[in-house]
Design a protein around this ligand. Sequence first.
Ligand SMILES: *[C@@H]1O[C@H](CO)[C@@H](O)[C@H](O)[C@H]1NC(C)=O
Ligand SMILES: *[C@@H]1O[C@H](CO)[C@@H](O)[C@H](O)[C@H]1NC(C)=O
Ligand SMILES: *[C@@H]1O[C@H](CO)[C@@H](O)[C@H](O)[C@H]1NC(C)=O
Ligand SMILES: *[C@@H]1O[C@H](CO)[C@@H](O)[C@H](O)[C@H]1NC(C)=O
Ligand SMILES: *[C@@H]1O[C@H](CO)[C@@H](O)[C@H](O)[C@H]1NC(C)=O
Length: 472
Amino acid sequence: MARPFRLLVHPLFFFWLLFCGHIHFASFVTSASKNGIMSPEEVIFPPHFVPSNDPDRPAGHLKIFGLQRPPNGPVIEYSSVLKPQEFWDKHVKQNQPLVFRQAIADSPAIKKWTDSYLKEKYGDLDVLTELKKENRTHGVTGRMLLGDFIDTYTKKNLYVVTVLPDPMRQDLPILACIMCGSFKDFLHELNLWISSGGTRSVIHFDADHNIHCLVAGRKDFMMIDPIFSNHMNVTRPPQFGSGFSMVNPDVVDLNQFPDIPKVEWRYSTLEPGDCIYIPSGYIHQVRSYKGNRTISATMLFTASLDGSFDNSSCENETYEYRSLSEAKVHWTYNKGDKTIDMGYQNIERFRETLLELFQGKDRINEQIFTKMIENEFELDEEDVQAIQRDTTQVYREFLDPKGKGYITQDDIKALSQDALKKVLRQCEAPHGPVAGSEDDQGGTNKFRTAGRKSIEEDNDERQTEEVKKDEL
Ligand SMILES: *[C@@H]1O[C@H](CO)[C@@H](O)[C@H](O)[C@H]1NC(C)=O
Ligand SMILES: *[C@@H]1O[C@H](CO)[C@@H](O)[C@H](O)[C@H]1NC(C)=O
Ligand SMILES: *[C@@H]1O[C@H](CO)[C@@H](O)[C@H](O)[C@H]1NC(C)=O
Ligand SMILES: *[C@@H]1O[C@H](CO)[C@@H](O)[C@H](O)[C@H]1NC(C)=O
Ligand SMILES: *[C@@H]1O[C@H](CO)[C@@H](O)[C@H](O)[C@H]1NC(C)=O
């Protein structure tokens, strides 16, 4: 599933595209994948390994990922949620995934989130969408009203992968394991995922720790320790942000990726109410099946900036049920917001990046600052336009509003998180369409074009015109 693109694409990536594009295309044609067109009843998970007798054709060649070797067993499971200290000691610190069975079973989301309820209560909120089969080289992110998605999602190849809109937080709990201690201050993004089933992520890893909770349907997880990343042709090493494997998980071509049989894996099937913890950098792949509507809520967090854990805020914690509305979250979305802030980094980590730009100096001036921002956060022309990047304006408005002609490290340390967020939005590409932009089909555009023909008609017309042009 498309996890937030935390950092820019690795330089080697374009090399990959050039040299591997044709190979992928070939394997795509050789064997159509069954994953995604099978219903949950037909699926065998974990995949059942069958050894090969043919030395020229190793087990699992051109088959779904998982058939190349037997699993090492299921992910460790708990029937109740751990307290933060134990969660830190046994799992977060050690990079060990886990499953909490029925951790959100008592939440309103589990009991209430039918399609009609979601549409009536939250249908006027904007969501970002992707295609059901994730493809990070040919991804398309759209923006639309949740209500419009619900009206059409069983017929369209769309997957809601978005920031959990603020009002929906009231229907979900803060898990006890992150209720206090350092985790509490470093919860930086919540996500919502909805599909009619048949989704498939690439094999990938994210920069942040993630707790993925299933509200409806079924999802299967393949979990791989990052020590095996050197066998998987990943776009970047897992200790440097997010990335993915070039292996097509539906059709594993062992001629192209001969080391896949060395990759050990564990598995888990989530049912409604269950949550899985996926450590930062941990490689995983997620599957859902035809006709099986799935809804998930995920929580992204950073343990701390320096790798230590401070439990002092746990002293008087009662661990009683509290809704996610009460959590402090760095990046959020509410109705009317121009951007849906998905995939940005921990705001305190960004503060550290800004401090590093000083390279030990006490102060830097506007010219140096803007140059460094443009070098450190290189964007292509399209993205610069989309966010209307103006680093001079950022400097003058947020960093040196009094015009003293320089900024100091203390100025950066004193910046509010809100100001930092405004600066960061000018540094990275937005994850999806900005409200009112051409490819936004959400609330803003609906409102603007009310009374005119629908956006979809517009698009259909445009596409027809393009086809006509091509034919000429
Ligand atoms: C992504 O799309 C390209 C072109 O359509 C295809 O060659 C490639 O195999 C796809 N990647 C995955 C992981 O499905
Ligand atoms: C907090 O940390 C200290 C030192 O690591 C430990 O002894 C104590 O049990 C922890 N308290 C809680 C509530 O987890
Ligand atoms: C993947 O990596 C292995 C080992 O480094 C290499 O032999 C293989 O050619 C790579 N596959 C592709 C498609 O580049
Ligand atoms: C989805 O699959 C699960 C597991 O097989 C099943 O219990 C559930 O009823 C299915 N849900 C739908 C909506 O088909
Ligand atoms: C816990 O409660 C005690 C007694 O009311 C109080 O002195 C202390 O400051 C509290 N600790 C925290 C972390 O709030």
